[in-house]
Write a protein that binds this ligand. Structure first.
Ligand code: GLN
Length: 454
């Protein structure tokens, strides 16, 4: 029975054998050969009764290769810690276990846009989800562990749902982004994955809060305003696979005693994909411009080449999806079309925030996390870019608006977990975490692996 509410408390309070950590590391190294959850495992781990945490490969950890899943940053070892890492280490009860796999620079929904994709913890044939693929797989493999991950448009929610763990994306600006390798600055948020709502809350409590190094980290008090209504947005739910739809209906039935469940129409939410991808690509192309093999990025070294030749050759190290986004993002920002795409996308984004704000003042928005059951890796590879982007319909609206959201498992469909997503108004993060802790009282988590059990 996996219904412990706090693995952190349980772990800290228990005696461990002297060999616990070395055995954990060797067991993890063996399992990782099959699942590729970790890019780096900290075999220098000297944990004295402290709880292991991992970081997504775009969060800088001093002394460990942090390459954002890209060949362009291969071999980059940061000389400093991201604020979130510093906070966890200073807390004293946490120790760094390793760097987790991800889609290159965060570009993806299934974890397949990287050299060696992570594999779903429930079945290796299936996609791990992305872009924080390794973080979710690690959480589903290890009994005692929390993952620090990041979301731009759904990268915590999607993989957490596909691996049956809790994935929490805080309000934009609640957690410092200092030391994060940016994808799209106006959207990026650092959050956590855990095996329970309470553990996600404990980790969030440590990493949240103002930081002199990040002026966008400016949310003051985090609230806990419980709501009694659950809204289902018609324009989004319509686009769901029938199997997921009926499972989701069963979930809503379970909530119908305690909540008023209501279907509503919010037309503009049916149009969130385009503005998101326009803004995300525009910002990504700006952020990636610096990786040119000269000062930043894999050093190209052929300094006698002509200007165009040098940068063209150095930048072949980007993967296909990164190149696609650099080209589209640069196009979107160009003088002749920027009004047509970029400025319009910003306007739609403002409207989406306004509409969601209105709804979220009154209740939560609930939906499946993904519109389809877990796909096989081989099927993901057949998706066109547009089909791929369409998988983000539920996760993009809250990300676009900087609204906190949480995903939690609620059923196992043919042995694979499926997740639901709950969205709250800005700064109401605690209400979501407590909602999940409440849900867990009547739900039995299932895992294939429990590495590190005591
Ligand atoms: N799938 C989305 C994208 O590719 C979200 C990724 C993310 O949140 N980093 O942009």
């Amino acid at each position: 029975m996996e219904n412990m509410t706090s693995y952190i408390k349980e772990f800290i309070g228990r005696e461990k054998s002297r060999d616990y950590y070395p055995e954990l590391i060797s067991g993890l190294a063996a399992l990782n050969k099959e699942y590729h959850a970790f890019n780096v495992i900290n075999d220098r781990l000297e944990a004295k009764n402290s709880f292991p945490f991992s970081t997504k490969a775009n969060i800088c950890v001093k002394g460990f290769e942090t390459n954002a899943g890209s060949k362009m940053l291969e071999g980059y070892v940061p000389p400093f810690n991201a604020t979130v890492v510093e906070k966890l280490l200073r807390h004293g009860n946490f120790s760094f276990l390793g760097v987790t796999n991800m889609d290159e620079f965060g570009f993806g929904t299934f974890g397949t846009h990287t050299e060696v994709p992570a594999r779903n913890a429930f079945d290796k044939e299936y996609a791990a989800g992305g872009s924080s693929s390794g973080a979710a797989v690690a959480t589903a493999l290890l009994k005692y562990h929390v993952a620090v991950a990041e979301s731009t448009g759904g990268s915590i929610a999607a993989p957490a749902a596909l691996n049956g763990v809790v994935g929490f994306t805080p309000t934009y600006g609640a957690v410092s982004r200092y030391g994060l390798i940016d994808y799209a600055n106006s959207l990026d948020k650092i959050g956590v994955m855990a095996r329970s709502g309470e553990d996600a809350k404990a980790a969030f409590d440590i990493i949240k809060g103002r930081d002199d190094y990040d002026t966008t980290c400016a949310i003051g008090k985090i609230n806990n305003n419980r709501k009694k209504k659950l809204f289902v947005v018609k324009e989004l739910i319509e686009k769901t696979d029938p199997k997921i739809r009926s499972a989701f209906e069963r979930l809503l039935d379970k909530f119908s005693d305690d909540y008023e469940v209501k279907e509503i129409s919010v037309g503009i939410l049916g149009n969130s994909l385009a503005p998101y991808y326009i803004i995300a690509m525009a910002e990504a192309s700006t952020n990636l411009a610096k990786y040119n093999g000269y000062k930043y990025g894999l050093q190209y070294g052929e300094l006698n080449k002509r200007y165009n030749e040098f940068f063209t050759e150095a930048r072949v190290n980007f993967g296909t999806e990164a190149k696609r986004r650099i080209i589209l993002g640069t196009f979107i920002r160009s003088e002749s079309v920027k009004e047509k795409y970029y400025t319009k996308a910003l306007m739609i984004r403002r409207l989406i925030i306004k509409e969601m704000d209105k709804v979220l003042r009154d209740g939560y928005i609930i939906s499946p996390t993904l519109p389809i059951p877990t796909p096989k890796i081989s099927d993901v590879e057949k998706l066109t870019p547009m089909q791929n982007y369409a998988m983000d319909i539920f996760t993009i609206p809250p990300n676009l608006g900087g609204f906190p959201h949480i995903t939690f498992p609620y059923e196992y469909l043919n042995g694979m977990p499926i997740g639901a997503q709950l969205v709250a108004e800005q700064a109401n993060d605690y209400a979501l975490l407590d909602f999940v802790s409440e849900w867990e009282k009547g739900f039995e988590y299932k895992y294939k692996h429990n590495l590190g059990s005591i």
